[in-house]
Design a protein around this ligand. Structure first.
Ligand SMILES: Nc1ncnc2c1ncn2[C@@H]1O[C@H](COP(=O)(O)OP(=O)(O)O)[C@@H](O)[C@H]1O
Ligand SMILES: N[C@@H](CCOP(=O)(O)O)C(=O)O
Length: 303
């Protein structure tokens, strides 16, 4: 069998939670990180280019490399020495699943270089364990919008129908919020009322996404499990939400753990919603980049 010496893995950004689906739903977006691994006898080399490249660690602590090592630990083999070239398109710590791209990228690259001993499902389970929640890594691997739930013997994954007329618009501010910090503000227990609220609204979200029925979508994006606690970490949240809705969005949510904000709208209102979100943030002194980003339906690709 010939030994693979180089491999490139392209992994999409993801937007998790979609309001009431905390820690269980996420969608892949057409925004990518690319990771090239080349066997290299002279020890670890990590080179980073692209968006905010200077912020990524270039030593053994790099998350992408940690995921690569994890794969080899799992299959009980010594990892090869590698040169890693990272091309960043997904901004870091903005709620767009940059850590999931690194985890998925490292595991998938490791698996391919090792001769593909693990199935896609095994790689997915390792990725979920590393990230601690499934809602970014699953769509990053599979593409589209995915729901992950613990089954009786492992994870159950459903692909969620996303009506083609529903367009995501994201506004990415120029400040970071680590997922760890945004999880620390959440309560460990919730009331029965809040649990029922989210159960009902999550059901409505799934039907709203499938049907594009506007009144369902408008109601469905509400949440009581994470957003009320996280909004205080995102200055201007209320103003950006009001501007997005006034410009024609069905509603707005925090993308992942934030601070990126995600509005759902239709094709016609997309430019107006993006401009309204950017302007609303500008008025409170925050620079942002706002744009529509279609769903990626392919997930991780290898070449
Ligand atoms: N391409 C990458 N290579 C290495 N590490 C990365 C990469 N992308 C993200 N990370 C790590 O993940 C951290 C961000 O993770 P997190 O706080 O979960 O935010 P996000 O919402 O972007 O996933 C970064 O600070 C960095 O340590
Ligand atoms: N369900 C998680 C999702 C975190 O997504 P990220 O893109 O911010 O890493 C959470 O809300 O904490």
């Amino acid at each position: 069998m010939s030994v693979i010496s180089t491999i490139t893995v392209k992994v999409p950004a993801t937007t998790a939670n979609l309001g009431p689906g905390f820690d269980c739903i996420g969608a892949a977006l057409k925004l990518y990180n690319e990771f090239k691994f080349t066997r290299n006898e002279r020890g670890l080399i990590i080179q980073v280019s692209g968006t905010e490249a200077e912020k990524v660690q270039t030593d053994e602590s790099n998350l992408l490399y940690q995921a690569f090592l994890k794969l080899y630990q799992y299959i009980e083999q010594t990892s090869p020495s590698v040169k890693i070239e990272i091309k960043l398109g997904v901004p870091l710590a903005r709620g767009l699943g940059s850590s999931a791209t690194a985890i998925v990228g490292g595991l998938v690259a490791g698996n391919v270089l090792a001769g593909s001993p693990l199935s896609e499902l095994q790689v997915m389970e390792l990725a979920i364990a590393m990230e601690g929640h499934p809602d970014n890594v699953v769509p990053a691997l599979l593409g589209g919008c995915c729901l992950a739930a613990t089954g009786l013997t492992g994870w159950e994954i459903c692909d969620i129908t996303w009506h083609r007329q529903i367009v995501p618009v994201i506004a990415i501010p120029d400040f970071e919020l680590s997922t760890l910090e945004a999880r620390q503000v959440l309560p460990t227990e919730v009331s029965r009322g809040d649990a029922i609220f989210n159960t009902a609204h999550f059901g409505l979200l799934l039907r709203g996404l499938a049907t594009h029925r506007e009144e369902w979508l408008r109601a469905a994006l509400q949440d009581k499990l994470h957003q009320p606690y996280r909004q205080a970490l995102i200055p201007g949240y209320d103003a950006v939400e009001a501007a997005a809705v006034a410009a024609g969005a069905y509603g707005m949510v925090i993308s992942g753990a934030g601070p990126t904000l995600l509005a759902l709208t239709d094709e016609l209102h997309t430019p107006g919603v993006a401009t309204a979100m950017r302007n609303a943030w500008k008025q409170v002194g925050i620079k942002s980049v706002a744009q529509s980003l279609p769903l990626d339906i392919q997930g991780v690709t290898i070449f």
